[in-house]
Design a protein around this ligand. Structure first.
Ligand code: ADP
Ligand code: MG
Length: 704
């Protein structure tokens, strides 16, 4: 790849606002910008003009195909490419084609995507519709250059079949409710508010050839067997360590590919576990950041292959060392450029900030279950609550200074000050000024205030950013809406007191969710239980939180999910869960039956031959026989566990109720998988390394 300057590279493959400004007639450009800012539909005539400009721009850059790029409930992106060609003309010349209609709407067969019963196979139609707020881009890959149009994906009857649609709906909700709340407080110069997201992405890199020797990595993205290497992460020498050359070359190319796509990749470093790294982009508006995170994951995989590497996005690729997450840094930015989570320097900002903060505390306490659900997936079950990353119990960390303010407010305090011109101008005497740098760090908190944003740390590394962001938007929108209901009724002279009372009420009523201690400790589990905070252990237990009356009311109120959509999503979770564990179990069976046990039996025979030879030679033997017996016993254990797992998988396969099946896989099959893993890992530790049938943790984690 040529060493083009960063500025030239950046956004080169994006049909950005700048490109539109250059290529579109003024009036059409204005219409497009209006739709981007204020919503609504582009006229068919405008759409034709945009499509033509897009096609010309893309083809000039070598594009041959276009695709509607969407995010079905599989969690990854989907695309079907169409060439820019129409039927040839009479003289056999190729005619290029890409109309406004092609741009705006696609009709993929929806029947092969998860829908949780939303569309039956005979009504398989689904639609993709252009998301004007996320720019089209060119993907350069093995297939050539393809124009990718970010789209939402719905069923024929309008139900969302993807992750983008609810996210966009939730962004509308938080926009409307925040503007309402600010207006009720006297801020009339804010017309739009957007959540901003910064998604820190953790990942592992392994050698491509070694990857291909492990069925478990190929089929499930994680190791299902593997004894720990002599060294783990205990020396704390990998975190922020010098980046090795091979990894560095990968990172360099990755950055350049991302910059071309307009993804503001900013920070890179080695993470805690050996073989683990992180990439963090600069935060962007939620929808774009979510699309860009998908592009980051996709581009990582592609670039890694070019370097003979493989990227592992699974939440727990290796037992015994840290897994990978994706921190969701969330804040609210107004169209006047202010961050509502920035405490600011002046008292009037402080009171607005405190109201926002108190609403968020209320939101998280009210919907801790939904928040936990939003970060759950099969892989993340191996992380959350397993003594690393954040615990499965949701709590809020505010930092000592803010916690002190909260305490003061709850214990004492009346408001003083006055209104000027309908805008709250004066602070509250009991509220000290808050300086954003005064918050310290707490690495164990799942939902931590970090100076001018909240950092939701539960999300899994392979997950889309959409679910967690949709949930945060929704629950905060509800708390803002409740607050606006109160403030809109207050007389101007009572407004300040009303705001103060609201802050106090939100904080005192919901203070149980605030916790600044060690989130990993056993003591916190007990304390959380005493406080009545939910501790939901797994993805499938979390699934039913989607359809409680509370959830249906919340999501229904803002039109984010209908009850039917929620039910379908719950169903998809059960289905996906059982399918994923089923694949893991079958992979284990395959590896144990065809690779591990045969390899160990060969070694067992070698050992037996040795013993006979030693005996025939007339020497004494002891240790050899002991070892042989041990290995024979372990092979036995493995074989018994293997047969038991097989029987259970057969049983699970016959179950028809998705929920029951999912629980069966969690409660019966997962423990049976562990029972098979144990003797196999033990065997790995005593048999000759040269006979082990695939690369070990040692090979994979330390030798890049
Ligand atoms: P750390 O690892 O200490 O949490 P990083 O700098 O690695 O910090 O990541 C912080 C992430 O938060 C980055 O993606 C950054 O762009 C993002 N971020 C910073 N400010 C905001 C904000 N106001 N809203 C949302 N995200 C933000
Ligand atoms: Mg972070």
């Amino acid at each position: 790849m040529s060493e083009t300057r960063l500025e030239e590279l950046y956004g080169k493959n994006v049909f950005s606002v700048g490109v539109m400004k250059e290529t579109l007639p003024k009036a059409v450009f204005r219409d497009v910008m209006d739709v981007i800012k204020n919503g609504g539909d582009l006229s068919p005539a405008d759409a034709d003009v945009v499509a033509k400009a897009m096609k010309d721009w893309a083809m000039e850059r070598g594009a041959t195909h276009y695709t509607h790029w969407f995010q079905p409930l599989t969690g990854i992106t989907a695309e079907k490419h169409d060439a820019f060609i129409a039927s040839p003309d009479e003289e056999g010349r190729m005619v290029t084609a890409f109309t406004g209609k092609d741009l705006i709407k696609g009709e993929p067969d929806a029947s092969s995507f998860p829908s949780g019963g939303l569309r039956s196979t005979f009504e398989a139609r689904g639609y993709t519709t252009w998301d004007v707020t996320s720019p089209a881009f060119l993907k350069e890959a093995g297939t050539g250059v393809t124009l990718c149009i970010p789209t939402a994906f719905c069923s024929y009857t309008g139900e969302a079949l993807d992750k983008k649609t609810p996210l966009l709906r939730s962004m509308e909700a938080i926009d409307t409710q925040t503007v309402r709340l600010l207006k009720a407080m006297g801020y009339t110069n804010v017309h739009h508010v957007e959540p901003s997201i910064g998604a820190e992405q953790e990942y592992f890199l392994v050698d491509g050839k070694e990857y291909l020797q492990r069925e478990d990595l190929i089929f499930t993205g994680r190791t299902l067997f593997g004894a720990p290497a002599p060294k783990g992460q205990e020396m704390e020498d990998h975190y922020f360590g010098v980046i090795r050359e091979r990894v560095g070359e990968f990172m360099k190319d990755l950055n350049r590919e991302l910059w071309k796509l307009g993804v503001p990749a900013k920070t890179q470093h080695n993470e805690v576990a050996p073989g683990q790294h992180e990439l963090a982009p600069i935060y962007e508006t939620a929808n774009l950041a979510t699309d860009h995170n998908q592009l980051i994951m996709e581009t990582m995989k592609r670039v890694a292959e070019h370097h003979g590497l493989r990227v592992l996005l699974h939440e727990k690729p290796f037992a015994g060392v840290n897994g990978s997450g994706k921190h969701n840094n969330w804040s609210l930015i107004t169209d006047s450029g202010e961050n509502l989570l920035d405490p600011g320097e002046s008292p009037e900002r402080n009171i607005r900030f405190l109201l926002v903060l108190s609403c968020i505390v209320k939101a998280v306490d009210t919907h801790a279950d939904l928040l936990r659900q939003s970060a759950s997936d099969v892989g993340n079950d191996l992380r959350l609550g397993a003594n690393e990353a954040p615990p499965a119990i949701v709590s809020v960390y505010l930092g000592s200074q803010l916690e002190d303010v909260v305490r003061q407010l709850i214990e004492t305090g009346t408001a003083s000050g006055h209104l000027e011109g309908g805008v709250l101008k004066t602070g509250v005497s009991t509220l000290p000024d808050i300086n954003k740098d005064a918050t310290d760090r707490n690495r164990t908190s799942p939902f931590a205030f970090t100076g001018n944003k909240f950092e939701f740390r539960m999300v899994g590394s392979s997950d889309s950013m959409a679910s967690s962001t949709t949930t945060i938007n929704a629950i905060v929108a509800e708390a803002f809406s409740d607050a606006a209901d109160v403030l809109e009724k207050a007389a101007p002279e009572d407004l300040e007191k009303a705001v103060h009372d609201l802050i106090e009420k939100n904080l005192s009523k919901h203070q149980r969710i605030i916790f600044d201690g060690d989130g990993y400790s056993e003591a916190w589990r007990h304390e959380a239980a005493r406080r009545g905070l939910p501790n939901i252990p797994s993805t499938i237990e979390a699934a039913s939180t989607l359809t409680t009356d509370k959830a249906v009311k919340l999501f229904g109120k803002f039109g984010i999910f209908t009850k039917t959509e929620l039910e379908s999503r719950e169903e998809v979770i059960y289905e996906t869960y059982a399918k994923s564990i089923n694949i893991e179990a079958l992979t284990m069976i395959d590896m144990a039956a065809k690779q591990i046990i045969p390899a160990c039996m060969r070694y067992e025979k070698d050992l037996a031959d040795t013993i006979i030879a030693v005996k025939n030679a007339g020497a004494k033997f002891g240790a050899e026989a002991e070892k042989l017996q041990k290995i024979a016993d372990m092979i036995d254990d493995a074989q018994v566990a293997l047969d038991a797992l097989r029987t259970l998988v057969d049983q699970g396969g016959k179950m028809t109720n998705a929920r029951e099946r999912a629980f069966f896989f969690k409660d019966q099959i997962k423990p049976a998988m562990m029972r098979l893993r144990r003797p196999c890992d033990a065997l790995e530790q005593i048999v000759d390394k040269s006979c082990w049938p695939f690369p070990t943790y040692e090979d994979m984690l330390f030798e890049l």
